[in-house]
Design a binder for this molecule. Structure first.
Ligand code: GDP
Length: 198
């Protein structure tokens, strides 16, 4: 698939307002500031498809990007999560919408979970993994900002995450990524291709 063809399609605040549940989708999730927008922009080779460094507390929407109009293939940017300044009530609301989307979306083929390589497997990440596991949804983890660590430290972070997720190894794959250095792009695209093909 040609990820450079990704174009903004629509935004939806809830599952009910999402585009028709057909074709195939891959969704991106991550704790706020993990580097999710940068990863989407890097994979699609676009400067500002997903906005980076959003204002905390802004209304959180599920954003859809189409990969060519006829293909029925989409990338989905799920709301970031975890800004301390957001009231608990709002957090719970986002959590509910995320859960609804992940549980209720039949065309969702896989989930990309973006983590800062220096702070992997946050509480949010574990919640997402739990939801994915419930539905046997495959997950690909991008340990991003790998350029912030020396190569040995990045490799050992990768091995550590793999080890912690060993019991899920049939469903979960993990790789290093850097939006800054454009590292890991091909590896990630291969995984996405596997989910979106057919
Ligand atoms: P999001 O909230 O998860 O969408 O995170 P962003 O993509 O907006 O990134 C948060 C911050 O991390 C920004 O200041 C980015 O420039 C920075 N960032 C994102 N990816 C990388 C990366 O691969 N390397 C480095 N060094 N910084 C990154």
């Amino acid at each position: 698939l040609n990820y450079q063809t990704a174009r903004f399609l629509t935004s939806a605040p809830t599952l009910a307002q999402c585009p028709p549940d057909e074709g195939r989708e891959v969704a991106f999730a991550g704790r706020s500031n993990a580097g999710k927008s940068s990863a989407i922009n890097t994979l699609t080779q676009q400067k500002a498809l997903a906005r980076t460094s959003k204002t905390p507390g802004r209304t959180q929407l599920i954003n859809f990007f189409s990969l060519g109009e006829e293909t029925g293939r989409r990338l989905v940017d799920l709301p970031g999560y975890g800004f301390a300044k957001v009231p608990e009530k709002v957090k719970l609301e986002w959590q509910r919408h995320l859960g609804e989307y992940l549980r209720g979306r039949a065309c969702l083929a896989g989930l990309v979970l973006v983590m800062d390589v220096r702070h992997p497997l946050t509480e949010f990440d574990q919640m997402m993994l739990g939801w994915a596991d419930e539905q046997s949804m495959p997950v690909h983890i991008l340990l991003t900002k790998a350029d912030k660590l020396k190569s040995g430290a990045a490799k050992s972070a990768l091995l550590q995450v793999r080890r912690r997720l060993q019991e899920w190894e049939d469903l979960v794959s993990v790789q290093l990524f850097s939006a800054l250095k454009r590292e890991g792009v091909e590896e990630a695209r291969v995984r996405l291709d596997g989910w979106l093909a057919e």
